[in-house]
Design a protein around this ligand. Structure first.
Ligand code: ZN
Length: 190
């Protein structure tokens, strides 16, 4: 089932996600629906808040991205086709603070808005899969960046919060227009 992606500045995007305790078929279905929704929208990551749910679940799929990144899952390096799409539940990110990289990011809740964000390159993320099994993933590059962006969503943090003043000033008219569009759409929906 395709889910509706909510746009900035819906309040749900600012809600911290509840920890997930029930690893049941409903959760597996939601993760699957989020992956399908992300694919149709042309994204590489999607967090539960973006489909209107404040819970600790996000999905990531970089199989189509032609860029370099490294990963190690539970101490091994399985092919990316086996690990993706990734569903991360109750993820905790520990960042190795240096080196950092700057790259422009987009977000499915901010259509057509992109801006530079500085982030640590290397992270370790501990999470559970949809069956509830614990994993440790070490990664760099786009995979690390994408996971950091999604885990931020789970904590109510948006990529605009991490942009510098100059970037934000440039994006300001587009952000204001998007806010208004979202507000008008909500009014129309009643
Ligand atoms: Zn996003």
């Amino acid at each position: 089932m395709l889910l509706q992606i909510v746009h900035y500045n819906e309040p749900i995007l600012r809600k911290k996600g509840e920890k997930i305790a029930a690893f049941d078929s409903e959760l597996a279905q939601l993760a699957e629906d989020m992956v399908g929704t992300m694919h149709v929208a042309g994204g590489i990551g999607l967090a539960a808040q973006q489909v209107g749910r404040a819970i600790q679940l996000c999905v990531v799929d970089l199989r189509q991205a032609q860029v370099d990144y490294t990963w190690q899952l539970d101490g091994k390096k399985p092919p990316k086709e086996l690990i993706m799409p990734l569903a991360l539940i109750n993820p905790a990110v520990a960042a190795i603070h240096e080196p950092t990289t700057v790259s422009d990011e987009g977000c499915l809740s901010f259509p057509e808005i992109r801006g530079d964000v500085i982030r640590p390159d290397r992270i370790r993320v501990q999470y559970r899969d949809v069956q509830g099994h614990p994993h440790t993933l070490d990664c760099t590059g786009l995979l690390s960046r994408c996971i950091q962006h999604e885990v931020d969503h789970l904590n109510g943090v948006l990529f605009i919060d991490r942009m510098d003043k100059k970037t934000l000033a440039e994006l300001d008219p587009a952000l204001k227009a998007l806010k208004k569009q979202t507000r008008d759409a909500r009014k129309k929906a009643g």
